[in-house]
Write a protein that binds this ligand. Structure first.
Ligand code: SF4
Length: 232
């Protein structure tokens, strides 16, 4: 089996909060978010035998107890992703997934096979703006992925699920609706950074989160990730 490979980080402490993980980047993403920080692996081809990637993961075993699949969009390569996740599981790794949620069937398959312990799901904007932002028809698929994640989190078959919102100045009013839709998941507010935009500060992100009355994780370049809001 071949994998369209985007990169490998043998040890990361930022891709899965509180865990030492290695990170596999899978190349290719059909979305076109204007703020994408992984444009270099949105397209192109670097086909590798899956065994080569499995060997990379295995070599991280001395320092990492988890593997995170990121991208690009890893669920674009559903069979390869499931193959790698199963191989990682066999080696004793916990498995994490960063996804934009546009391929819910792949997420459903991973959950059904108990091949994933953590999902970090991007909720990029309100459903009304979704397709414009990603430049493809995505809203219904992401809604489906969100529902799958919520159900798996609620029934205990998914240990950790983050809903990650990248927030830009001027879009703060989107937050209450997104927070409502993602109840039951850990909500992460990520500082949106892109040319031509003045990023929201940590204090401004906290001010946007304050009316939600729920605990959120706020990520900024300045302060990393901090917890804000009530404990429960
Ligand atoms: S979904 Fe992620 S990888 Fe794809 S374009 Fe958007 S930010 Fe980039």
């Amino acid at each position: 089996m071949y994998v369209n490979f985007g990169g490998f980080v043998p040890i990361s402490t930022v891709d899965w909060r509180g865990r030492a993980a290695c990170t596999v980047f899978l190349r290719g993403c059909p979305a076109r978010c204007f703020y994408c920080h992984n444009i270099a692996i949105q397209d192109g081809e670097d086909l590798r035998d899956a065994d080569e990637i499995v060997a990379m993961i295995r070599e991280s075993r001395t320092v990492a107890g988890a593997v995170v699949f990121s991208g690009g969009e890893p669920t674009l390569q559903g069979p390869a992703l499931a193959h790698l996740a199963a191989a990682a599981r066999k080696m004793g790794f916990s498995v994490g997934l960063h996804t934009n949620g546009i391929f819910p069937r792949v997420i459903e398959d991973l959950l059904a096979k108990h091949l994933v312990d953590m999902i970090s799901l991007d909720i990029k904007t309100t459903w009304e703006r979704y397709d414009d932002l990603l430049e493809l028809t995505a809203a219904d698929a992401v809604k489906r992925s969100l529902a799958l994640c919520k159900r798996a989190k609620a029934d205990g078959s998914l240990e950790t699920c983050l809903a990650v919102v990248t927030l830009f100045r001027g879009r703060e009013e989107d937050l209450p609706a997104i927070a409502q839709d993602t109840r039951g998941l850990d909500l992460v507010l990520q500082q949106g950074v892109a040319p031509g935009f003045v990023p929201l500060t940590r204090q401004e992100l906290e001010a946007a989160a304050a009316p939600l009355g729920r605990r959120v994780h706020i990520r900024t370049r300045e302060d990393g990730e901090v917890v804000y809001g009530p404990k429960a």
